[in-house]
Design a protein around this ligand. Structure first.
Ligand SMILES: [Zn+2]
Ligand SMILES: [Zn+2]
Ligand SMILES: [Zn+2]
Length: 81
């Protein structure tokens, strides 16, 4: 069991995160879009359902700016204060 610090929901029970956009970010976050929703209905890392936003820190989240892995790319996403 793990609770998302951003939305306060239990990750395995919530359909998705309520955070639509990071602070300082001009674009909306990219929702989880599995290549094979029938086999992988939920994100393997944070547990959200297709079309929903990942919980911040998920290793499957893509960056809306560069299209890379959001947690490792060099773009600023306003996570730090
Ligand atoms: Zn969340
Ligand atoms: Zn995820
Ligand atoms: Zn990026």
């Amino acid at each position: 069991m793990s609770i998302c610090k951003t939305c306060g929901q239990e990750m395995n029970l919530a359909s998705g995160c309520t955070l639509r956009r990071y602070a300082n970010e001009k674009k909306d976050r990219l929702p989880y879009m599995p290549e094979d929703p029938e086999r992988n209905p939920r994100c393997h890392d944070c547990g959200v359902q297709p079309g929903q936003f990942h919980h911040p820190g998920c290793d499957m989240e893509e960056c809306p700016d560069c299209g890379g892995q959001l947690i490792t790319c060099s773009c600023s996403h306003g996570e730090s204060a």
